[in-house]
Design a protein around this ligand. Structure first.
Ligand SMILES: [Zn+2]
Length: 148
């Protein structure tokens, strides 16, 4: 990952650039596929064993506050992090526990126009995100996801 690009992501949001923040952001973009805080820590500690766990958690929180990453919830109550900030949905595979991004502008349009005429009383919709739960039917897919 381009170092300057990571720095720009921080400065664009008005965040001070620190070596720790850059390191965490780099790892998040390396893993990409919705890591837990623990996965971020493991990967980070391979190269930066001296960054304290508390610091990692604080940085992840700050990134969420500043809209650099998003928290996503899973059924197991584990928080996982998402670096993809474009609108997308998630495909949860029950057998391999993977969370894949699902992009579908046609579906977004459908949901948007639905809620344009069918309003939820006293509620202003800001965003939506579908949780699509199931199982991969193709062996190849299951294998690929387990390796990630
Ligand atoms: Zn995602």
């Amino acid at each position: 990952m381009d170092y300057n690009y990571l720095i720009k992501m921080l400065t664009d949001k008005g965040l001070k650039v620190t070596p720790q923040r850059v390191a965490v952001l780099e790892v998040l973009h390396e893993i990409r596929n919705h890591p837990s805080a623990e996965q971020v820590r493991q990967q980070l500690h391979l190269r930066h064993p001296n960054i304290a766990i508390g610091t990692i958690y604080n940085i992840l929180e700050t990134f969420c506050e500043y809209g650099i990453i998003k928290k996503i919830k899973t059924d197991s109550d584990y928080v996982r992090y998402d670096v993809e900030m474009e609108r997308h949905h998630h495909i949860y595979c029950e057998s391999c526990n993977s969370i894949e991004n699902y992009f579908d502008p046609e579906l977004d349009e459908l949901i948007s126009s639905y809620f344009k005429y069918k309003k939820i009383p006293n509620f202003q919709i800001k965003d939506f995100n579908l949780q699509i739960v199931g199982n991969y039917t193709n062996e190849q897919n299951v294998k690929t996801n387990q390796n990630e």
